[in-house]
Design a protein around this ligand. Structure first.
Ligand code: KG4
Ligand code: ZN
Length: 348
């Protein structure tokens, strides 16, 4: 069965065709990042307008690349939250119209659940030394670390659709911390990829940035606003030369990244141990981070745990993951009404 999936929750317009819940026949992603860069972040009004401009073409491309047409589509899936309401509305209206006109099931998907399903899609292995199966062979119970620009959450998945949130950030999301630190350092937007790149040239142990909320009393919750402030104070103390590319900037990037990755990996490993879980999956935009991918995989290996890391193209927002989540919803008989409304703060 072919599912046409649409994702427009933030600044990527994406459409995909997924076969039997796991084969990616196409996954077209049109990024608007160039239009937002000059503002240092996503401008919601601009985002919705850009989605409207390209959605039809993106869906047409997805069908063409999948060598299929609307007549072969068995269900239509779309993200209905969390995200920017104006952006979500564009995808929702488009997907509803297609589902209605084809008279096929319509499935609203939680964006965060979608990120988890990036690990359930068939895809080529991204690195022979890490997850050889490239997203296949995932089994339950599965501990998911969701790290994106808006969310940081540890979710225990006992089965398809059965989730227990063990912890979440109490302030900024991990990706948000990357974006804010990068903006302060004048490195542009989004901050994750550029800090990741600069960090490779620096010494991760050069500066001892704080690891927040590591005490037992905080459980599996996270906090990333303190480290952002610590970076700002440190850089102000150093003087402006840190802003130009050079060893001091590289050390700040590497030490910041080391602290963020430490917090994420230590808590994830602790949760896995406490809950007796043998499989861990990484999800969300920050799962593209090279150090996080490496450290989580290494720590997992040391403890004999299986760690699933999505291929790069499935880390950031894309419709393939939405189609995969929708397939499993449909299998459980979960469909949506055509009056489904966007939910900006939808929880998992
Ligand atoms: O999942 P996503 O595409 O959108 C949301 O749902 O938020 O995640 C975007 C976030 C941004 O904060 C971006 O800076 C971060 O993912 N990101 C990274 C990397 N690539 C993207 N963070 C750290 N390292 C990266 N390589
Ligand atoms: Zn996302």
């Amino acid at each position: 069965m072919k599912i046409l999936a649409v994702e427009t929750s933030c600044d990527e317009t994406s459409a995909a065709v997924i076969e039997d819940g796991k084969e990616i026949l196409s996954n077209i992603i049109s990024s608007q990042i160039e239009f937002h860069k000059k503002y240092g972040g996503i401008v919601p009004e601009v985002a919705s307008r850009k989605h409207i401009e390209v959605i039809s073409a993106v869906v047409d491309d997805a069908l063409e690349e999948a060598k299929t047409g609307f007549k072969d589509i068995g269900a239509v899936a779309v993200t209905y939250g969390p995200g920017l309401v104006g952006s979500l509305l564009v995808g929702l209206c488009y997907a509803k119209a297609v589902a209605y006109s084809l008279d096929v099931p319509f499935i609203g998907v939680n964006h965060l659940e979608g990120h988890l399903y990036a690990n359930f899609l068939n895809s080529p292995p991204f690195s022979p030394s890490l997850n050889k199966r490239g997203g296949r062979g995932v089994s339950f119970p599965l501990l998911n670390l969701i790290v994106s620009g808006g969310h940081t959450q540890l979710v225990l998945m006992k089965d398809h659709g059965t989730y227990e949130t063990l912890g979440r950030t109490r302030d900024d999301a991990a990706g948000e911390a990357y974006d804010k630190v990068a903006r302060f350092l004048g490195l542009g937007f989004p901050g994750g990829p550029v800090i990741d790149k600069l960090a490779k040239k620096g010494n991760p142990k050069a500066i001892e940035f704080p690891r927040a909320m590591m005490g037992k009393e905080y459980g599996y919750d996270f906090s990333f606003s303190g480290i952002k402030t610590a970076v700002v104070y440190h850089v102000k103390k150093l003087g402006t030369e840190t802003f130009s590319p050079g060893p001091k900037l590289f050390d700040v990037a590497a030490s910041f990244q080391d602290a963020v990755v430490d917090m994420l990996v230590i808590k994830t490993m602790k949760a896995a141990k406490d809950k007796g879980v043998r499989e861990i999956a990484l999800a969300g935009g920050v799962s593209a981070n090279s150090e996080l991918r490496k450290r989580l995989s290494e720590e997992g290996k040391k403890k004999g745990l299986k760690v699933h890391v999505p291929p790069m193209k499935l880390c950031t927002d894309n419709a393939a993951m939405i189609g995969c989540a929708a397939y499993h919803q449909l299998k459980r008989g979960i469909k949506s009404d055509l009056n489904l409304a966007p939910v900006a703060n939808l929880k998992i």
